[in-house]
Each structure stands twice: as structure tokens, then as C-alpha cells.
Unconditional design. Structure first.
Length: 227
């Protein structure tokens, strides 16, 4: 089922691709749907992507491809105009697009890349290039510490986190320990325990009972400032 806004955005993208062969910018989509911020566009794009209606083309931040259109009442509102199945699409014009679309994501304080510290819930935001983010909801945390330097994660970096409550062994996650402290580590399971591994030979792995560790997201990317 598509919501009214999801359907409206899908039709708009498809029309623009038919007209010019170029997908609209996030600013154009925000204006067309009368949304207040690009984060709303990002959520709609993510929902359409997860349902298989669109896909992002690799290495092109603004490039979207419509995979199918709704048919037979696949809508959340009875007031929507029904759209026929997508016919075989004509080849899109391959015009390079600058990766200049950005969105604001929440910046939730600092996270330890060392001994766990309190994860602060702040009201700030961070502008992030859309090319660094995939589907899903994201937030950012400022890295504090050096325990992940061998994974290329340095003190002062901004970790871009995709919200998730599960992860596979070997993935870098935001782990909330005992409901109070958060840390950025490799997640591994050993029997009835959770092992949080650093990426720095100077630090030892941390062991916890399974109920003491809650996954709050997975590392999706990094931003680094050079002074």
C-alpha cells in the first residue's frame, strides 16, 4: 500500500524522467510535494525504494529509476487516480549529475570509540550529502576516542548511523550498554555473551550478557573535518 504522498512523489519522478530523462532534485521534489524539509523527501524515497518502486543508480547522487508503478488499488487512499502498469521505459539520457543534494539528519551528541560514554540526545542537526546515505532513517554521532582507528574511524569524526535494532556478526554498530552508555564497536556473539571489539590493538574486547547490549544502529558512513 502506498500513501498519498508516496504515490504523488512516484508519479512526479516518473513524469520528470519521461520528459527529460533526468530525475528531479530533492529540492524540486520538496517543492512539488509542498514538504517543509528534504528529510521528508528522503523518507518517502526510502519507503518507495524498500517497496521496489524505485531504485537509486550507483555513483550518481540524484539518479533514480522507476521500476514499477502501482496498479489494481495498491493505494492507501481511495481518492487517488489509478496509474497503469509501467510500460517498457525508454533509455534514460545519461547526463552526469553533481552530487550536491544534502539533507539534515539529527546529531545526537558524542559516542565513544573507547570506553563507553553516555550517548547524548541533542537537538542539533548535521548536513550530509545524500550520496553517503542509503535507504532508511539516519542520525549522526560525533566520535570520541581512538579505539576504532584501525577501521579508519578517528576522534572527532562524525559517524553516520542507519537506525537498526539487529546486526550481523562483524558489523560496526552503535551498542547501548546496560541502557546507559553507548559505544561504537564491532559486534560479535560468543555463546550467551556479546563481544564488542575495538579496532585498536591497545584496547581489549568488552564482554557483556546479551540482555545488557542493545543495537541502536549500524555504521553507514563517516564525515571528517580538516582543520
Amino acid at each position: 500500500m502506498l500513501t498519498a504522498k508516496q504515490h504523488e512523489l512516484l508519479v512526479f519522478i516518473n513524469q520528470r524522467l519521461d520528459e527529460s530523462g533526468i530525475s528531479p532534485s530533492f529540492e524540486e521534489m520538496k517543492a512539488a510535494l509542498d514538504l517543509k524539509s528534504k528529510s521528508g523527501v528522503h523518507r518517502l524515497i526510502g519507503a518507495l525504494e524498500e517497496r521496489g518502486f524505485i531504485r537509486r543508480l550507483a555513483n550518481r547522487a540524484r539518479a533514480l529509476e522507476v521500476m514499477k508503478m502501482p496498479e489494481g488499488g495498491n493505494f492507501a487512499s481511495n481518492n487517488l487516480t489509478r496509474v497503469a502498469p509501467l510500460k517498457e521505459s525508454k533509455p534514460q539520457i545519461q547526463i552526469p549529475v553533481a552530487a550536491n543534494d544534502v539533507m539534515e539528519i539529527p546529531l545526537h551528541g558524542k559516542i565513544a570509540a573507547g570506553v563507553p560514554i553516555e550517548a547524548l540526545e541533542g537537538q542539533n542537526s548535521l548536513s550530509v550529502p545524500m550520496a553517503l546515505l542509503g535507504a532508511g532513517e539516519h542520525y549522526a554521532l560525533e566520535v570520541s576516542g581512538d579505539s576504532m582507528i584501525e577501521a579508519g574511524i578517528l576522534d572527532g569524526d562524525y559517524a553516520l548511523i542507519r537506525k537498526a535494532n539487529t546486526a550481523r556478526d562483524g558489523e560496526i554498530v552503535v551498542a547501548l550498554v546496560r541502557g546507559e552508555e553507548a559505544t561504537l564497536k564491532y559486534l560479535r556473539r560468543e555463546g550467551q555473551q556479546i563481544r564488542l571489539d575495538p579496532a585498536n590493538g591497545s584496547y581489549e574486547p568488552q564482554y557483556y550478557a546479551q540482555h545488557e547490549v542493545e543495537v541502536q544502529g549500524k555504521l553507514a558512513g563517516l564525515l571528517r573535518r580538516y582543520h
